[in-house]
Design a binder for this molecule. Structure first.
Ligand code: CU
Ligand code: ZN
Length: 205
């Protein structure tokens, strides 16, 4: 406290408004340090933060060597989506989306994963890619596959949240054989469904 008072004296030439801000911060810090409940609240917040991730593992009925992971992390005002894939035969851009049903049934060759349904679209938007102002919540655009068969994509979207009606949990991520043209309805003419993974909640679910 003594140091805080000295500090306040030192800043006494500052405007009254600024001094009040400093005093407010000091009071808040002391109150926080003295309260046991705040520690409990911190622990609860930690638990909540742990639950704020979800993951999907991509698998392909056509190509067993294909593997991939998708991680969803809750941010203050959106969700970060990180995709890593390997073992994809065709380099170049491949459409990747969150589809509305968390079902990755292999179905018949040539029309895999129809069980996953259409693009997740709680906002009733038109299909587009992530660069557009409006698009499906599930529109992640394309992931660029390198000549070695690997690809990495990071998307931050405000259209998803790990709680509530726009949660990706219980939906499915689909990697396509072709490129999302970002224009065609309802799915960007992205071609066959190459791989699929159901999104599951992490951290204590
Ligand atoms: Cu798709
Ligand atoms: Zn779409």
């Amino acid at each position: 406290m003594t140091r805080t008072r000295e500090h306040l004296r030192r800043v006494s030439t500052m405007t009254a408004a600024a001094s009040l801000l400093v005093l407010g911060a000091a009071v808040a810090a002391v109150a926080g340090g003295a309260s046991g409940r705040t520690a409990d609240e911190k622990a609860a917040a930690g638990q909540a933060a742990k639950a704020q991730t979800a993951t999907a593992k991509l698998e392909s009925a056509d190509d067993p060597k294909l593997s991939g992971s998708v991680t969803f992390t809750q941010l203050a005002d959106g969700v970060r989506v990180v995709v890593n894939v390997a073992g994809v035969d065709k380099p170049g851009p491949h459409g990747i989306h969150l589809h509305e049903n968390g079902k990755c049934e292999p179905d018949a060759a040539g029309k895999r994963y129809t069980s996953a349904g259409g693009h997740f679209n709680p906002g009733a938007a038109q299909h587009a890619c992530r660069e557009s102002t409006t698009h499906h919540a599930g529109d992640f655009g394309n992931i660029e596959i390198k000549p070695d068969g690997t690809g990495h994509l990071e998307v931050v979207t405000s259209l998803l949240s790990l709680g509530g009606p726009s949660s990706p949990v219980g939906k499915a991520v689909v990697l396509h054989a072709g490129t999302d043209d970002c224009t065609s309805q309802p799915a960007g003419n992205s071609g066959a469904r190459l791989a699929c993974g159901v999104v599951e909640g992490g951290g204590g679910h």
